[in-house]
Design a protein around this ligand. Sequence first.
Ligand code: UDP
Ligand code: MG
Length: 306
Amino acid sequence: MLSVVVPAFNEEDMVCRAANAISDQLIQAGIDYELLFIDDGSTDTTWVQICEYAERDTRIRGFHFSRNFGKESAIFAGLEQAEGDCVVVIDCDLQHPPEKIVEMYELWEEGYEIVEGIKADRGEESRFHSFAAVCFYRIISKAVQVDMEKASDFKLLDRKAVNVLLNMRERSAFFRALSSWIGFETATVEFEVARREEGTTKWTTWSLMKYAVSNITSFSSAPMQIVTVFGGMMLLFSIILGAIALFQKAEGIALEGFTTVIIIQLFTGSLIMISLGMIGYYIAKIYDEMKGRPRYIISKKCGFDK
Ligand code: UDP
Ligand code: MG
C-alpha cells in the first residue's frame, strides 16, 4: 500500500481539490493507497473539510495538531502515522503535480528506495526570494554533500527509509536534507512547479530567514568555525599593528592614531558579540534538543472507522 502524506495549514480551499486530484490519479493507475492529511493547527475550516472528506472516503485519515508546529513537524507526523510500504509527501496546494506520484510509484516498484521530486524551475518567485534561496541551498548542499538546489519536499520514501528517519531522535529535523543524507537507492523525477491555485503561501520573508538559519545550524557547525577563522585573522592583524605601534613608540612618534584605535575597538567588539551570538544559538539548540519535547502534539483524529 502507498501512503500519501499531505501537510495542510490554512488550506480550506485546497483540501477537497487536493484529495480529489490525488485520488483520481491513484485510482486510475490502480494503486492501493491511503491519504493522510496533517492539519498543522489551521485556524480556518481546514479541519472541518478534512473530517467531512474522511467521512465520505474511508481511505482518508486526518490528524489535527494542537497548534501550528510547522511543515517539518507535519511531515514527520505523517511519516509516523503512515502504514504503507512506501510514503509520498506532497504539498496541499497542488504545486506538486499529483500525476507524478504514479511515476514515482512505478520507480519504487522497479526497486528504488527513494524517489526525489526535482524542481524543473523554481516557479514564480520574487528576485530577492530566488537569490536568498540560491544562497541557502549552496550552504546546505555543502553541509549535506548533496546538491540540494532543485530539491523539494515532494518525495517518495520506502518503508526502510521512513523507519530510519523516524528513528532519528533529533527534534529540529530538516526533512529535505535528512532524506538525502540517509542515502539509499535514489531516483529522481522532474516536475514543473505549478501556480498556487487558492490561498497564499504561508511564508513571509522573516519566517523564511528563520527557517534558513535554523536548518543551516541543524546541519552544519561551520558558522562556529567561522568564529575561529575570524579570530585567526584578527590575530594576524594585531601582530602587524602591534609591531607598527611598537616601532613608532621606539622612534618617538607615537600618540596620534585615535581613529585607528576607535575603529579596531568597535570592530573587535562587534565581532566578539556576533561570535557569542552564534555560539549562543548553538547552545540554545542543544538546550532545545535536551528537553526532548515532542515534535508535535496531535489533538484530534478522524477517519478511523475503516
Ligand atoms: N504548511 C504546513 N505548516 C506550515 C506552513 C505550511 O503544513 O506552517 C504546508 C502548506 O499547507 C502546504 C505546504 O506546507 O501544503 C507548503 O506550503 P506553502 O505552499 O505555503 O509553501 P511554498 O509552496 O511556498 O514553499
Ligand atoms: Mg506552495
